[in-house]
Design a protein around this ligand. Structure first.
Ligand code: SAH
Length: 388
């Protein structure tokens, strides 16, 4: 079969098991249909592995196997290994929602699979993975026997791949929302119109932290989505937990999550509002502020503007929090790495004129593993700050 041949000196990343091939690294591209899996060779002709290719994408190729492994067998093994990594970590009587496949983190570029109780949610980001979807579905269906399979590939980045955004029921009965358990706490996950695949599973460990830290505190959950941090804060003994999000649908589900947990309507206020404006309110009296914004940098050229945004909300939170207080602040842009985010926090503290110390650092939950060969898989970072 015709192979993709890399330029001399431009094959190092793939030799080091990085998944991405940019057009500038390619010497010869054979005739192929976009989305096809092709062998990838070094300039000297040695086989480096197989990847799927799409001329339309800024990342032309994404590796699915390395070395001489046949690609289909490698994909099967990646799925099996992803499931094995999660097996044994979760007691389904306590936590029945988890990420099964985390794209490059599990060696499967373009694919996310989350399990919410017995509902499987799939997100496919690329044309190459779209073509591999039947294989992946067959493997996952056999392994987890889901009641329903929902696709939530409503990603604007699919356009770059020549794909439409797509939401579909792939198997079973339609599911509008599903009730999950995490650390014994029930939550509603909206599958009809929620964000991501429905729930921020990557914040599981931070939710536990919030529950541990919240006793006696007045908590502001900024960028609350469906209120999971607010629920955890109240179950952990917070005096109050207020939630702010621009999405009315998210705030609606947050209120339902309060009800589901038997939390009274007056245990927290709900605001459908912009956090940038909300934090300028002088009347806030919170001593624990959580900032979990969406990714402000979606591409590298956004980084400067993104850092300005992160700095603004962190400065406002530091100014507004009652001292001594806590700020739990996150960035989920992989373009803003931990060192840069710490610099932003430093700038924010400097401008706020507050004494700020980092007590702990956090990352995405362990079912969102970081592939050491592909550092872009580390995206979520958080600092627990003490402000006095
Ligand atoms: N902490 C949440 C996840 C937050 S995701 C959880 O663990 O479940 C980011 C949220 O920010 C989304 O719900 C989005 O609707 C909201 N959002 C985006 N921009 C906003 C803004 N300027 N002000 C308020 N909310 C915003």
């Amino acid at each position: 079969m015709n192979a993709v041949v890399l330029k001399p000196g431009r094959d190092k990343a793939v030799r080091n098991k990085h998944h991405w091939i940019f057009s500038g690294a390619i010497r010869d591209l054979p005739d192929f249909e976009n989305g096809a899996v092709l062998p990838v060779r070094g300039a000297g002709g040695d086989l480096l592995g197989h990847g799927y290719f799409n001329r339309k994408s800024s990342i032309t190729g994404r590796m699915v196997s390395f070395g001489s492994d046949p690609p289909e067998a490698a994909i099967r093994r990646s799925v099996e290994r992803a499931l094995a990594l999660r097996a044994g970590f979760f007691d389904p009587a306590v936590t029945n929602a988890r990420r099964l496949i985390n794209a490059e983190g599990d060696g499967l570029p373009g694919l996310i699979a989350d399990l919410y109780d017995d509902v499987l949610v799939l997100q496919v980001a690329t044309l190459g993975m779209e073509k591999l979807k039947p294989l992946v579905l067959e493997l996952l269906t056999a392994a987890v026997r889901p009641r329903s399979i929902v696709e939530r590939s409503d990603l604007p980045t699919r356009r770059e791949e020549g794909l439409e955004e797509s939401e579909a029921l792939l198997a079973g009965e339609p599911v509008e929302k599903v009730r999950i358990l995490e650390a014994g706490i029930p939550y509603w996950v909206g599958l009809a119109q929620g964000q991501k695949t429905g729930f921020y599973l990557d914040q599981r460990e931070s939710r536990r932290l919030v529950r541990e830290l919240a006793a006696g505190r007045r908590v502001l959950n900024a960028f609350s989505y469906t209120g999971s941090f607010s629920v955890c804060a109240l179950l952990g003994g917070a005096v109050r937990a207020d939630s702010v999000d621009t999405s009315a649908a998210a705030i609606g589900l947050a209120q339902e999550n309060f009800e589901l947990n038997g939390l009274s309507a007056d245990s927290g206020l709900f605001f459908t509002a912009d956090v940038f404006e909300f934090l300028r309110e002088p009347a806030l009296d919170h001593d624990f502020i959580i900032l979990d914004p969406p990714a402000f940098a979606k591409k590298r050229t956004d980084v400067v503007a993104a850092c300005r945004g992160y700095k603004d909300i962190n400065r406002l939170a530091m100014q507004r929090v009652r001292a001594p207080g806590l700020v739990l602040t996150f960035s989920c842009s992989h373009f803003v790495d931990e060192a840069l985010f710490q610099q932003v926090v430093f700038q924010a503290a400097h401008e706020a004129g507050r004494r700020v110390r980092i007590l702990q650092k956090h990352r995405q939950a362990f079912d969102h593993p970081v592939n050491v060969y592909h550092p872009e898989t580390a995206y979520l970072k958080g600092f627990l700050l003490y402000v006095d």
